[in-house]
Design a protein around this ligand. Sequence first.
Ligand SMILES: [Zn+2]
Ligand SMILES: [Zn+2]
Length: 276
Amino acid sequence: MVYATRRFEFSAAHRYWRDDWSPEENERVFGKCTSPYGHGHNYTLDVTITGTLDARTGMVMNMTELKAIVNEVLEEFDHRHLNEDTPYFRDQLPTTENLVRVLWQLIAARLPGAARLARLRLYETPELWADYDGAEETTFARSYSFAAAHRLHAPALSAEENRAVYGKCNNSNGHGHNYTLEVSVAGPVDPATGMVIDLVAMDHTVRGLLDTLDFRHLDQEIAAFADKPSTAEHIVIYLWDELAPRFEGRLRRLKLWETRKNVFEYAGPNPMTNGM
Ligand SMILES: [Zn+2]
Ligand SMILES: [Zn+2]
C-alpha cells in the first residue's frame, strides 16, 4: 500500500467551557482555555490517503483533487470560532481530539471511490497534536523538552574500545543535548472533557519525570545510568518503563529526539499499535 500525505493549514478560535460545571471545575480541568472570549490557533492538518494506484495516472489520487476536497471542508473552519460559527461543537468541546474526528467524518465522506482516508494528524500547536485513523481510539500527543549532559561510556568495554565505538561522545568530561520527548497516549475520548487524557495530569506526570533529568548529568546523577551507557536507546526505554505504569495502559509510543537529526522510538516491549 502506498500512503500519500498532504499538509493543510487553517486558523480558528475556540473555548473550553462546560455550563454544567462550576467555574472552579472548569478552571481546574481546562485552565487558560476557559477564557470567556476564546483564544485561537494556527492548526496544521496532515491528510494521509491510501488506495489502489490508478493504472493510467500512477497515483492513489490526484493531489490537486485532494487539495480541493479538503479545502472545501476547511472553509467552514478557517478564520472562524469553532464553538460559535460551526455546528459541530454544540454538544462536545472543540478539543484537538474531537476536531480531528469531525474532520475525519467530513473528509472521508467526500473522497472518491478508489481513495481511502488512512490517517489524519491535527496539530493545534507544534507541541500538541491528535492522530485519528477511523478506529475507536484517538491518539493524543504532546512534546516536552529537557536538557542534560552525558557521556557515552560502556563499563563492559575497554578505554580504547569506548573511544573507538563512541568517538567524541566518549569525551571524559561529557557533553550535552536539548532532548525532545514526544509522548503519545491513546484511548476513547471522554465525552465530558473531549479529551483522551486529562492534559493537566499528563503534563504533571511527564514534567515530573523529566524534571528529574533536566539540567543534570545523566551518568553522574541518575541511578539508572550509573552502570549502563546513557544512549538514547537506553534513555527512551528508561522513560517508557517509568511512564507506562503511570498512564494505566494508555501510553502508546515515545519518540526521543537527541538532536534534530537523531530520533529514537519505543512502543514498549509488546507494542499494541503499528507506527504513526
Ligand atoms: Zn486552544
Ligand atoms: Zn550525546
